[in-house]
Design a protein around this ligand. Structure first.
Ligand code: SAH
Ligand code: SF4
Ligand code: F3S
Length: 453
């Protein structure tokens, strides 16, 4: 420890004026990890830059849920080879889910010699030490842990001063047959409710308006823990924090969604009326082979329960097309359930075999078949999204204004409590406020309106 302190002192001034840049792939869990990494780097003395070419510390926080996320990473670090040759003092680092696998680490080790520091999802808080080790020895540092070395309460930065992520659990034990996440993130562990509530309290005291609770399957929160707590109880307690305006959570697994949760949502006005409920497939045969533990009928019942209780709730989903054993008949069942549910929005994916998962041992379908089904799925979904958004025309909704609109510098964009993206003409000073907006235009993916009193 004393030695650590000495080394830290030696580099006291080293980081002043130096800049860092982080590229994050994957889900909100990874985004939140990047917020932690950014906190640690700023504590060392780095400041943030959005321009990667100006950064002294360049980090990629990776995802391996589908193959294209991996390929993107290799493309991006490959393109930095020249920069590293010209500026050998720049540090390039790779972290995140991909680094939890030996295969990906080996590729980085052997093919991307310009990468200096590698760490994983479970030892993020070691990063400052790893940087110093690299600076001291000049040797590449690979340090990935299979056990959590993270404290529960590692501090983090936030993307702005009104929206925050809070981890309530980590890992996943569901082992859906296609999914790599349980291998990358390890076993499911829930955080102590008192720690989570303390963290939420502190965020609200500091002026945060919206909290999003994170877990791979929030509905199983507390199931395997020593303490006695369920997700609906936790959610209810957090919703009761005085001054918290919006509370969201992701993701929910249909197999563990209960009426208790729906009752808590209905009772608390500040719990956003949007629900992300990954369906994956409409075929019971495929759902069973995916190890999802529900049927299409059960899924439809849950949707009915949600809508009966909260008629304006928006329901979104994830769908995988082209699972190896999916037949045309199975696929038609997916189209059928999409028409029945009428999703507000959906993330759609072509099945991507992930080495090490059970499904990866099955023979993949032909690419043309998968692409054709994917297109047909979108042809069914997009008109439904459009119809759902059209229902907002003429209505006045509350929008939390988040940032400048990407396409129009005069506009801001934000979200309704139903998680619809809305473009509004409003001054920049309104960012971070919840305003009333009367909707006058829509597309399949966005709404547009004017501020009203
Ligand atoms: N824990 C979350 C999902 C995390 S991954 C949940 O269960 O809701 C996000 C989505 O990626 C999944 O819902 C699934 O639709 C998709 N996905 C995961 N593995 C995939 C694979 N091998 N190929 C294609 N899509 C995949
Ligand atoms: Fe993957 Fe299934 Fe866990 Fe979601 S619930 S992370 S899809 S294994
Ligand atoms: Fe998330 Fe990708 Fe990891 S989806 S948990 S960042 S594999």
């Amino acid at each position: 420890m004393i030695e650590d302190k000495k080394i830290f002192e030696k580099y006291n001034d080293f980081f002043k004026g130096k800049k860092y840049n982080i590229t994050t792939f994957g889900c909100q869990m990874n985004e939140h990890d990047s917020e932690r990494i950014s906190f640690l780097l700023e504590k060392l003395g780095y400041t943030k830059t959005d321009d990667r070419s100006k950064a002294d510390f360049i980090l990629f926080n990776t995802c391996l849920v589908r193959e294209n996320a991996e390929l993107k990473l290799y493309g991006q670090i490959g393109s930095l080879k020249k920069i590293k040759q010209e500026h050998p003092d720049k540090i390039i680092s790779v972290s995140g889910c991909m680094m939890q696998t030996t295969d990906a680490r080996k590729i980085i080790e052997e093919k991307y010699k310009n990468v200096d520091i590698v760490f994983g999802t479970k030892n993020i808080n070691k990063l400052p030490k790893l940087i110093l080790e690299y600076l001291e020895t000049g040797k590449r540092v690979f340090d990935v842990s299979t056990e959590y070395e993270l404290n529960d309460f590692v501090e983090y930065n936030n993307k702005n001063n009104f929206q925050a992520y809070v981890n309530i659990m980590r890992g996943c034990d569901n082992f859906c047959s296609y999914c790599i996440v349980p291998y990358a993130r390890g076993r499911e562990e829930s955080r102590r409710p008192s720690d989570i509530i303390e963290e939420c309290n502190s965020l609200v005291e500091r002026g945060f308006k919206e909290i999003t609770l994170l877990g791979q399957n929030v509905n199983s929160y507390g199931n395997k823990s020593k303490f006695n707590a369920s997700f609906p109880e936790l959610l209810d307690k957090i919703a009761n924090i005085n001054g918290l305006e919006r509370l969201r959570f992701i993701s929910s697994h249909p197999k563990d969604l209960t009426k208790d949760l729906i009752d808590v949502m209905k009772k608390n006005n500040n719990i956003c009326k949007s629900f992300h409920l990954p369906l994956q497939s409409g075929s019971d045969k495929v759902l069973n082979e995916m190890n999802r533990h529900y049927t299409s009928e059960k899924y439809l019942e849950l949707v009915k329960m949600l809508r009966n209780s909260m008629p304006d709730i928006s329901i979104t989903t994830d769908i995988i097309v082209g699972y190896p054993t999916e037949t045309e008949e199975d696929f038609l069942q997916t189209l059928e359930i999409c028409k029945k549910v009428e999703f507000d929005s959906a993330f759609t994916f072509e099945y991507s075999p992930r080495p090490g998962t059970r499904a990866s041992k099955l023979k993949s379908l032909e690419k043309e078949i998968v692409q054709d089904r994917f297109e047909r799925l979108l042809n069914v979904l997009y008109p439904i999204f459009n119809k759902k958004n059209k229902e907002y025309l003429g209505k006045t909704v509350q929008v939390l204004l988040e940032e400048k609109s990407k396409n129009d510098s005069e506009m801001l964009s934000g979200r309704t409590d139903t998680n619809k993206l809305v473009h509004v003409k409003a001054p920049i000073s309104k960012i971070g406020e919840i305003v009333n907006v009367k909707i006058k235009k829509h597309t399949s993916f966005t709404l547009e309106g004017d501020m009203v009193d």
